[in-house]
Design a protein around this ligand. Structure first.
Ligand code: ADP
Ligand code: MG
Length: 728
């Protein structure tokens, strides 16, 4: 295989031989050492500053410039003692990755002298050029500039890369006209909104509850392949996935990879990236092989939602960065290989009160369970009412390949709660006692056996996009490369809104003279009745479910441009605007960015596929065809009968057929792209790409993959699946 990348593991120093690795040191000794957390603050800040930072985090109190100066000085000294020379505001613009612009602490004071400085002003605010980040039209009609502002709720940290160390300050990113240009600011708004609504409801049950937090644990799936093989695949490099490639003879059919032993080379990479993640305070807990060959998963302990999301963004960076040191490439795309499982990012989500109660954990007493059922049923109702918006929140070009495919949740939104809780809801809805006595029987809500039963029975429905797993809901349809904020903002907002509506309904009933307990029961009973269509306990991958869901009136929106329409529906606009999560302008801008992002992705894929077809696949096929023709001619020259070259001749014909088909379809695809590009609106363009361009991808791929199976291995220019997927 002449031109393909050779594996060069020899040149990579294993992590366990590096000076960083010491097999006798425990994780607790270096966990969080690169984070400006409580320990570092105690050493570098005075009491007044520590209190200010803590209050900024706990109650959102603004920090005065005098204090900001003190914090900046302490942060700088801490960072410099750790070897940092630069600082950056670190934020999450409206594209997948994070953004940084580094400034040095150094300021010259003469021709050969200088000092290291960092002011409160530089800590608090910076002005990166907003015009180079996606803004969905905000920059066209309004002021182009934006600024990043320190978010003291998330700790600063030091990013280490090839010897360089940079102090990173988490910030939000907003336009001068006030619109959010990032994921973080609306995320924080949605967290505050939901926690307030949840506390209001909790107080019905326990007046001691004053505050709540959203907990989030994000499981991250990914593939790893050799970096040299990756570099030899333009489709992986530029589109993040393989656009052609015949499925390997040995795939995941044997299912021997899941929880199997981890190959040494991968294990070494994992130890190294976990080491870096631990230093950054990312509380990783588990690692294991996933179902597909070359696929793995890691998961941290859950944290407060905003920190968990920061950490997930950081983790993706760290993984990609550390992989380079091992001559490996981490692939975060949702569906990098056809016929092989895709990757997701399960978002484990719950609400926890300041009295230490997990609101999605069934309790020991009927009263606790009543609170649990209230939050639980309201969540189901919220998902039912806003299922299309949930679908939209996870819609990307990449995730379209994954939803509904092998071992992934379908594009139909449904909720899995397990047979035990289904039974509980059924009994609750039709409680005989309640009809007689006007209240639900204690027996119905005496659920103290729930946790054990759930952990045994219900955790394992892997086909549901939104599953209750014992003490949390797990939003599994989120894509592996996606920024979780998009999904969590929607989830927080719909549940917060639903809890508010619930409280309003309740207050109205009580005003009319109903008893509190009876009123709550009546409302919840109504919610179960009206939203139970979304509950589905069966196999989400089966065709039967697609039919059944259609009967129930549940939507099955298969592609992103159509899913995204839900963002601008009347009910979504009301939801976001009335609750101050997004202004109309922000919502419009975000939706436009999502349509544009889709179009750009498909545009790039189309171009790369055209290039692969014309510069890689057809030339390989022609080379082989020539070899065949030469052989046929030679055989005829030496007098072999015509019949002896029959097979070769039919191969020549078959190759010609595929070449013609690839050529024709590539031309037609290019034409379809041109037509789509001429459309005006972002949504129309995205839909044209979806309906008119993508169908050619499959046609081209079909012929290309057939050729891969026929053409001489030595002449095939692209590394094949079996080489990419089986690192030992
Ligand atoms: P699985 O069986 O799906 O792998 P685990 O029990 O290992 O599930 O948990 C997966 C993730 O869920 C972890 O990140 C864990 O910290 C998180 N998690 C556990 N409890 C909660 C909770 N109450 N709220 C949010 N996340 C949680
Ligand atoms: Mg899970």
């Amino acid at each position: 295989m002449a031109s393909k990348g050779a594996k060069s593991t020899e040149s990579v120093q294993p992590f366990y031989e590096s000076s960083d690795f010491n097999s006798t040191i425990q994780i607790s000794e270096y966990f969080g050492e690169n984070v400006f957390g409580p320990k570092a603050m105690a050493e570098y800040l005075n009491k007044e500053s520590i209190k200010a930072v803590q209050e900024a985090r706990s109650i959102g109190k603004p920090i005065e410039i005098k204090i900001a100066n003190q914090v900046a000085e302490g942060m700088k000294n801490w960072a410099m003692n750790k070897g940092a020379t630069h600082y950056t505001h670190w934020f999450q613009p409206l594209r997948g990755s994070t953004a940084e612009k580094h400034d040095s602490f150094f300021e010259p004071t003469g021709l050969d002298s200088g000092v290291e400085k960092f002011s409160g002003k530089a800590l608090v605010q910076q002005e990166p050029d907003a015009s180079s980040f996606p803004s969905g039209g905000i920059r066209n009609t309004f002021e182009a500039r934006g600024y990043s502002a320190w978010d003291p709720s998330s700790p600063a940290f030091i990013m280490e890369k090839v010897g360089g160390k940079t102090l990173c300050i988490p910030t939000i990113f907003v336009a001068y006209t006030g619109e959010a240009l990032d994921h973080k600011s609306p995320l924080i708004k949605s967290i505050n909104f939901l926690t307030k609504a949840a506390v209001d409801v909790c107080q019905l049950f326990d007046s001691k509850v004053k505050h709540a937090t959203i907990s989030l644990g994000i499981e991250q799936e990914y593939f790893i392949i050799d970096a040299d093989l990756y570099a030899a695949r333009p489709d992986l490099c530029f589109a993040g996935r393989t656009l052609v490639g015949s499925t390997a003879a040995k795939g995941q059919q044997l299912e021997d990879h899941y929880f199997g032993s981890i190959p040494d080379r991968i294990y070494d990479f994992m130890m190294d990236f976990e080491y870096e993640a631990f230093k950054l305070g990312i509380p990783l807990k588990t690692r294991h092989n996933e179902v597909a060959p070359g696929q793995y998963e890691c998961a941290p302990m859950f944290e407060e939602a905003d920190i968990a999301i920061d950490h997930n963004s950081l983790l993706m960076d760290v993984m990609e960065n550390v992989a380079g040191r091992h001559n490996l490439k981490v692939i975060l795309h949702e569906k990098p290989f056809k016929g092989v499982n895709g990757s997701g990012k399960h978002n484990n989500w719950s609400i926890i009160t300041d009295t230490g109660v997990n609101l999605l954990s069934p309790g020991l007493s009927p009263q606790d369970n009543f609170q649990f059922l209230t939050i639980f049923i309201n969540t189901i109702k919220a998902v039912y009412d806003h299922a299309d918006l949930m679908r939209a929140s996870i819609a990307t070009a990449a995730n379209d390949h994954r939803l509904g495919a092998n071992e992934a949740p379908p594009a139909i939104m449904s909720v899995f709660i397990g047979s035990f809780l289904s039974e509980v809801l059924n009994t609750f809805e039709s409680d005989k006692n309640s009809k007689k006595a006007g209240r639900v029987s204690e027996k119905t809500i005496s659920l103290h056996r729930i946790p054990e039963i759930l952990l045994d029975n219900t955790d394992r429905n892997r086909t549901s996009p939104f599953a209750f797993t014992g003490n949390k809901f797990e939003f599994r349809a989120v894509g592996s490369s996606d920024h979780c904020a998009s999904a969590i903002i929607v989830l927080n907002t719909i549940v917060g809104n639903q809890l508010m509506l619930f409280k309003k309904e309740l207050d109205a009933l009580i005003k009319k003279g109903s008893k509190k307990q009876e009123a709550i029961e009546a409302i919840l009973r109504g919610y179960i009745k009206s939203s139970k269509k979304i509950i589905f306990e069966g196999n989400g991958y089966s065709n039967d479910w697609v039919k059944e869901a259609a009967k129930r009136g549940l939507n099955n929106i298969k592609t992103t441009p159509y899913a995204l329409d839900a963002y601008m529906s009347k009910s979504s606009q009301d939801l976001f605007i009335n609750n101050n999560i997004f202004s109309h302008k922000e919502l419009e801008a975000r939706t436009e960015i999502k349509y544009e992002g889709y179009t750009l992705k498909i545009q790039i894929e189309g171009r790369i596929l055209g290039e692969l077809a014309k510069n890689y696949i057809i030339p390989s096929a022609v080379d082989y065809q020539k070899k065949l023709v030469d052989t046929i001619e030679a055989m005829q020259r030496i007098g072999q009968p015509r019949s002896s070259t029959k097979a070769l001749e039919s191969m020549v014909g078959e190759i010609a057929g595929h070449i013609n088909s690839i050529w024709d379809n590539t031309e037609k695809m290019t034409q379809a792209r041109k037509t789509a590009n001429n459309l005006d609106h972002a949504d129309k363009k995205a839909k044209a790409y979806c309906d008119k361009v993508i169908p050619y991808f499959e046609k081209i791929r079909e012929s290309a993959d057939k050729l891969e199976e026929i053409v001489d291995n030595d002449l095939w220019k692209l590394p094949k699946y079996r080489e990419l997927l089986f690192i030992k």
